[in-house]
Write a protein that binds this ligand. Structure first.
Ligand SMILES: [Zn+2]
Length: 97
């Protein structure tokens, strides 16, 4: 799959996976622009309710709400939040963007 996007800096057409524009050097936000820090903080604070999963567009965040009366989703959320925050940007973009 080869998707082209427009550079945010100069408007030149560049490949969607490009980290920076080859023409002007402006860094590009890949894909849908889901922010791993936002997802990580949501997971840590609201992990019990699966808010971070909804943020990532994953319907099965519903399972978190279903089991939020146990400690399990909160614990999973905390671990996922830390995992999101330490994940490097390339892995994040590959997985969620
Ligand atoms: Zn450019």
């Amino acid at each position: 799959m080869s998707t082209m996007v427009f550079c945010r800096g100069c408007g030149k057409e560049i490949h969607a996976s490009a980290r920076a524009c080859p023409a002007c050097g402006a860094t590009q936000r890949a894909g849908s622009g889901k922010n791993k820090v936002v997802a990580g903080v949501l997971a840590i604070l609201l992990g019990s309710f699966g808010i971070h999963r909804f943020y990532l567009g994953q319907w099965w965040g519903l399972l978190y709400i279903l089991f939020c009366w146990t400690f399990v989703p909160g614990l999973i959320g905390l671990i996922e939040g830390i995992f999101f925050l330490v994940m490097n940007d390339e892995d994040w973009d590959a997985k969620y963007n």
